[in-house]
Write a protein that binds this ligand. Structure first.
Ligand code: OGA
Ligand code: NI
Length: 357
């Protein structure tokens, strides 16, 4: 018997159920299989100290970043320059937001992925067959002045706290992009220049406690569509990264960000850097909050393999495309373990954008 769902948001349903409603239950072949997850101690995902990135350790740090992007697609950073108070304020305001009364939260609700500010649930309720154990608030954050007036006004310090956090994480993103350009042997401002006016989105993911975490996902395996993601998580584990066919759990270290290569970085690097599958599982007893900052090109930016990384031995793997084209495909096809790359291969006949030299 399925439990009828008459709530828009999971947060308002989760606390009243003893079982996962049927529309959240994955087929047996597609469950988290939690006993097989590898729980390795700290250090499993490289932890890179950014202290001295602009000083004596410059070339050493660039090498570490390059290796991590090639081998893992994921790394963690400390001494990243984002003040600890910005981080703790951000986590606090996220918690406060999801504790607001349902009627207050619903003011921001929308299931339209093209909206620049919205509260929603699962991933894309318009297209998906199985729901995910997640609510999320999604915000566009750059340029700040274009979007901040759309953001929630409750809790009262929401806009101020989130704007400060976005400004600090943007600074970090720009430093990381310089370092990644260099690590690919490109001019340090190469990636910066490819992104048009640049874009920055943020999600505040809220995963309520789940009575049967083995039956469902917070987010199923996916790659991130953007360029790089800078993830802040609270102290509840849940993120898992695929490495050599095994899911590895990435345990939270406070004041540390997890950085991962997204699909656009894989394209720009002509496959030298990999956008790696990851997923979020949920917890029986505890709520979990994670806050990814998705740094991205602006919608009109034309993305393709860097000319400096294409030669006879390394032909262009992808065609050029407008970021918007890739982004829309991502939202429409739903999260899936195969990413959208097949539609953007250099050999693809589905090209809808003329190659740009
Ligand atoms: C995402 C994501 C992981 C997490 O939002 O794209 O991968 O731990 N989140 O919530
Ligand atoms: Ni992700």
């Amino acid at each position: 018997m399925s439990t009828p769902i008459n709530k828009l948001l999971l947060t308002d349903l989760a606390s009243s159920v003893n079982h996962v409603p049927s529309n959240y239950i994955r087929p047996v072949s597609d469950r988290p299989n939690l006993v097989d997850v590898v729980h390795v101690a700290e250090g499993s995902i490289p932890l890179i100290d950014l202290q001295g990135l602009h000083g004596p350790n410059h070339s050493d740090i660039i090498t570490q970043i390059g290796l991590a992007c090639q081998q893992d697609g994921f790394f963690q950073v400390k001494n990243h320059g984002v003040p600890e108070t910005n981080i703790s304020d951000m986590l606090r305001i996220a918690r406060e937001f999801f504790r607001l009364p349902e009627s207050e939260r619903l003011k921001n609700y929308s299931d339209d992925p093209s909206k620049t500010t919205r509260l929603s649930t699962s991933f894309n309720v318009r297209t998906e067959k199985v729901a995910n154990w997640r609510d999320f608030l999604r915000l566009h954050c750059h340029p700040l002045q274009d979007f901040v007036h759309e953001w929630p006004i409750n809790p009262p310090s929401f806009r101020k706290v989130v704007a400060e956090y976005c400004t600090s994480t943007r600074r970090l993103a720009l430093r990381l992009l310089e370092a990644m350009s260099e690590s690919l042997g490109l001019e340090s401002n190469y990636i910066d220049k490819q992104l048009g006016k640049h874009g920055q989105h943020m999600a505040i993911n809220y995963y309520p406690p789940c009575p049967e975490p083995e039956l469902t996902y917070g987010l199923p395996g996916h790659t991130d569509v953007n360029l790089i993601t800078i993830l802040l998580q609270d102290d509840v584990p849940g993120l898992q990264v695929l490495r050599n066919g095994k899911w590895i759990s990435v345990n939270p270290i406070s004041n540390t960000f997890i950085v991962n290569v997204g699909d656009q970085m894989q394209v720009l690097s002509n496959d030298r850097y990999k956008s790696v599958l990851h997923r979020a599982v949920v917890n029986r007893d505890k709520e979990r909050i994670s806050i990814p900052t998705f740094y991205c090109p602006s919608p009109d930016a034309v993305i393709g393999p860097a000319a400096g990384l294409v030669d006879e031995d390394h032909p262009a793997v992808y065609r050029n495309f407008a970021y918007q084209e890739f982004y829309e495909k991502f939202w429409n096809r739903g999260l899936a373990t195969e990413s959208c790359f097949d539609m953007f291969m250099a050999s693809s006949t589905q090209s809808t954008v003329d190659p740009v030299s």
